[in-house]
Design a protein around this ligand. Sequence first.
Ligand code: S3P
Length: 172
Amino acid sequence: MSGKRNIVLCGFMGCGKSTVGSLFAGKSGRSFVDMDSYIEKSVGKSVSAIFAEDGEARFRALEREACEALSRKSGLVIASGGGTLVRRENAELLRRTGVIVLLDVPLAELQRRLANDTARPLLQKPNRNAVIEELLGQRLPLYRSAADFAVDAGAAPAEVVRSILAALGEGG
Ligand code: S3P
């Protein structure tokens, strides 16, 4: 395989994987792939519709297939979903051809960013802040063990991009 190694952005819902990822792709000469959009295109329905009509297990199977397909490519910036890198097999697939970067955002900032979200099925529950806190507590150690390194992503997207470029030794 030739071309630049993939960069896989990992982290909780609302941490900026898609925003930072599309900006970072432009700056680093890679193509941007949002994994949720990739799955939506492949099955012709939204993530919400997949959860509602087919169940979360079906979504997770599609997510694994996406990891498999994308790990066969190079030169990509991949914004994973918030649950993707929680699964070790996905991390193993994506690590074959990519560097995994955790976008680390404090709990209170995630709660603020996600307060009005209507698109993410896992958050459409009462006590949203408690759901976020519990899920983040479970997932953060898994994200940390999947990631090659973490960057502070509470900052503005352009600054996060600079931190990633610097950490990769690609400028910035
Ligand atoms: C999920 C996060 C979502 C999406 C799906 C499940 C999760 O992606 O994949 O709703 O399990 O955290 P984002 O992190 O891009 O919101």
